[in-house]
Design a protein around this ligand. Structure first.
Ligand SMILES: Cc1ncc(COP(=O)(O)O)c(C=O)c1O
Length: 464
């Protein structure tokens, strides 16, 4: 067992090396290097440990991905077996491998109706990039090459490749890279909590859902439906602030897409694999997508792997095109990643984890509501499955935001982190998405720590 001072020296060394050689995603490098990174050295269940020995409850499942929690030996063994047996081979040369074949078939058994065929990639961004290429290819095959415009929504997050970032409705993602590319158009997102601040008054949630759908239709008509290829959307908007659509929203949007023959691309990178209490958000919200993308929970984050599934319309057109599909990655359907993902799905199925979300998820939301009842800066607690969001606002009774969005949220997130809880702050919305394996006792700990951080934040901003 290392003593505290040697742990500290080791941490300092790692921090110095990291600062000298490693540029972090979504980080201000100079500021981070001044502060020094936290080095995470191991993980088990819902907990992480850093190089100084601190234990941290991971309320975010990494980046919304570790469905089975950390330290799952069955996944580790599945990966090790595949590494020993077939560490690599590809699918380009009329070849395949048992792990990927079985994974594709297992996925087809849990995907929404009609989704029988999948392609593999390595990340959510790649899956979305691939999806847009396949959408373009589909319309070219159908003799409608003028359908080239991709619609997506305000607050959307779909990843970071040129195409995926162009889909994003989080505008700070664009200026550094001269994005979005031409051909990407935005429609409003169904953020009901923000409706009053956006000038819609005290509109009812369902009325708001219909209004947002109507605004989408107006934009479609303005652009010209014959030019629009697809509508990309997350069933629940994740990184944009955990925005759950009003009940009225998806049925209305789906009707509009059918009316104008616009393909529905559902990005299930967060909502897939039990997160919202069904295998997919498509099932939870009764959406019939033409194409779906998934990653994260597919392997519980243990291996980088993503997939694109095709509904019958696209699946048949593309598999019967009688020409080469000029697309694919060196690591599409990597055998080790496939073996781990396959085991992940088998464990989820065997242990009934998707059904479990429908009891532990409501327990989390109920506990959070009880703990935070009457807190002066809590404007709303919303959730579905194992997703939960808490809106921090100047007056809990009003749907109005703090000036300087992000300031209060970051303050609260820092309190969480320092007390051993990872929650994310999106603007001033505190968000959590713990592993699907979290126990009631661990939920109690998460909620107690979140409450403490929010109480302290309220005090610091003169609201308690
Ligand atoms: C909905 C959604 N789509 C796509 C992505 C991008 O996935 P990746 O980071 O694996 O490229 C993310 C990542 O958070 C996401 O939340």
């Amino acid at each position: 067992m290392s003593n505290p001072s040697s742990l500290h020296n080791q941490t300092q060394q790692w921090r110095a090396l990291d600062a000298a050689h490693h540029i972090h995603p979504f980080s201000d490098t100079a500021a981070l290097n001044k502060e020094g990174v936290r080095v995470i050295t191991r993980a088990d269940g819902v907990y992480l440990w850093d190089s100084e020995g601190h234990k941290i409850l991971d309320g975010m499942s990494g980046l919304w991905c570790v469905q089975l929690g950390y330290g799952n030996k069955e996944l580790a063994e599945a990966g090790y077996e595949a590494l020993k047996t077939l560490p690599y081979y590809n699918h380009f040369f009329k070849t395949s491998n048992p792990y990927t074949i079985e994974l594709a078939a297992k996925l087809a058994s849990v995907l929404p109706d009609g989704h029988e065929r999948v392609l593999f990639a390595n990340s959510g961004s790649e899956a979305n990039d691939s999806a847009l290429k396949l959408i373009r290819y589909y319309w070219n095959l159908k003799g409608k090459p003028e359908k080239k415009i991709h619609l997506s929504r305000d607050y959307a997050y779909h990843g970071v490749t040129f195409a995926a970032a162009s889909l994003s409705g989080l505008t700070p993602m664009h200026p550094q890279f001269d994005l979005p590319l031409p051909g990407f158009e935005k429609v409003p997102g169904p953020y009901w909590f923000g409706a009053k601040a956006a000038g819609h008054g005290d509109i009812d949630a369902d009325e708001f859902g219909e209004l947002i759908a109507k605004k989408m239709e107006e934009r479609i008509v303005e652009i010209g439906p014959d030019r629009i290829a697809s509508f990309s959307a997350e069933p629940v908007q994740g990184a944009g602030g955990l925005i759950f659509p009003p009940e009225s929203y998806w049925p209305a949007v789906q009707k509009i897409c059918r009316k104008y023959d616009i393909l529905v691309h559902l990005d299930e990178v967060i909502t897939g694999f039990g997160r919202v209490g069904e295998w997919f958000g498509a099932q939870a919200y009764k959406i019939a997508p033409d194409i779906m993308t998934m990653a994260k929970g597919l392997s519980s984050g243990y291996q980088p792997i993503s997939a694109i599934s095709l509904g019958s319309r696209m699946g048949e057109a593309i598999s019967n095109s009688n020409e080469e599909l000029v697309h694919g990655y060196t690591y599409s359907g990597h055998p080790v990643a496939s073996a781990v993902a396959l085991k992940n799905l088998e464990v989820m199925e065997r242990d009934g984890l998707v059904a479990r979300v429908n009891s532990i998820g409501p327990y989390l939301q109920r506990s959070m509501r009880e703990a935070l009842a009457g807190n002066p800066i809590v404007g709303e607690i919303r959730g579905k499955g194992l997703l939960c969001a808490i809106e921090l606002v100047p007056d809990g009774k009003e749907r109005a935001f703090f000036p300087d969005p992000g300031n209060v949220g970051t303050h609260c997130r820092n309190y969480c982190f320092n007390s051993g809880l990872i929650m994310r702050a999106i603007r001033d919305t505190m968000v959590c998405a713990p592993p699907l394996t979290i126990t009631e006792a661990e939920v109690d700990e998460l909620v107690a720590k979140a409450k403490d951080a929010i109480d302290r934040t309220a005090k610091d901003f003169g609201k308690a």
